[in-house]
Design a protein around this ligand. Structure first.
Ligand code: CP
Length: 307
């Protein structure tokens, strides 16, 4: 049974095919309006979400399917002490596919061991968020025309940012991609991302604390939120939370065709004054996310049915 736990579960050809399907859905939504008629998606969110849960639900409704689920652990029997394993074993009797978010790294992978239906990892702790990465990739493809040769700056919380880890994993597979990793010392990418993903890929990379000094070389600037929920110590969060705030003046030396991405939610790290800059792509990401998730649901259901 095929699930999506890590972006590396998809080949580059499959990513291309998902992007192509998403573009076709955008152009011809009526063709897909009944593609999942009679099918059910469960959204099991043990952690808060606006975009991921609602875009999955919108995706399934736009495919003619139905949705059930919960948006917080407290409203499920998890609050009574039920294990994740039993929850998944139960819910997989009710639906054809499950999208789940959980605060523990590895929870989605663990769920695949008990599920009778495909599992989509909608974020597992500070680990991975592969469908955000598909959203990032379709945005990059539509904005830049492709992936090879891009210089990608990732800025903010590179330690706990699961969207950062998944995006690096994906982009490192393309040719001549360079990474500029911009963070305070305390929030640098984890060693396993540097040593097991970036270095073996052969991609050039640099680590720096300097956003303004790096901005002129970037094709993509991926801003991220410093995530309060991942800190053990509030004083550290307060000290680091506003360390990078992208404002129009900081873009003075940036390329004219820079694409500014952010997985959202945003707190302070991009000033609202940047939103009207034509290089700001973060609300385009929100739009594309529904179509790429539609494409993914179609792919996984088709494979589960052996078509
Ligand atoms: N990008 C993202 O995962 O947003 P939500 O937390 O709102 O789902």
């Amino acid at each position: 049974m095929r699930s999506l736990i890590d972006i590396k579960d998809l080949s580059l050809a499959e990513i291309d095919s998902l992007i192509e399907t998403a573009e076709d859905i955008m152009a011809n939504p009526e063709k897909y309006a009944e593609a999942c008629k009679g099918k059910r998606l469960a959204t099991l969110f043990f952690e808060p979400s606006t975009r991921t849960r609602l875009s999955f639900e919108s995706a399934m409704y736009q495919l003619g399917g139905n949705v059930l689920g919960f948006s917080e652990a407290q409203s499920s029997s998890t609050a009574k002490g039920e294990s994740l394993s039993d929850t998944i074993r139960t819910v997989s009797n009710y639906v054809n596919i499950i999208a789940m978010r959980h605060p523990k790294e590895g929870a989605a992978l663990a769920a695949t061991m008990r599920s009778e239906v495909p599992i989509i990892n909608a974020g597992d702790g500070g680990h991975n968020h592969p469908t955000q990465t598909l959203t990032d990739l379709i945005t990059i493809k539509l904005e830049k025309g492709g992936f090879d040769g891009l210089t990608v700056g990732l800025c903010g919380d590179l330690k706990f940012g699961r969207t950062v880890h998944s995006l690096i994993s994906a982009m490192a597979r393309y040719k001549n991609v360079k990474f500029v990793l911009i963070s305070p010392e305390e929030l640098k990418v984890p060693d396993y991302i540097r040593d097991e993903v970036i270095i073996p890929s052969g991609a050039e990379f640099e680590e720096t604390t300097d956003l303004v000094g790096s901005i002129d070389k970037l094709d993509i600037l991926y801003m991220t939120r410093v995530q309060k929920e991942r800190f053990f110590n509030e004083a550290d969060y307060i000290r680091l939370k506003d360390i990078y705030i992208l404002t129009p003046d900081k873009l003075a030396n940036a390329k004219k065709d820079l694409a500014i991405l952010h997985p959202l939610p945003r707190v302070n790290e991009i000033s609202v004054a940047v939103d009207d800059d034509p290089r700001a792509c973060y609300f385009k990401q929100v739009k594309y996310s529904v179509y790429i998730r539609m494409a993914l649901i179609l792919m996984l259901l088709k494979e589960a049915e052996g078509k």
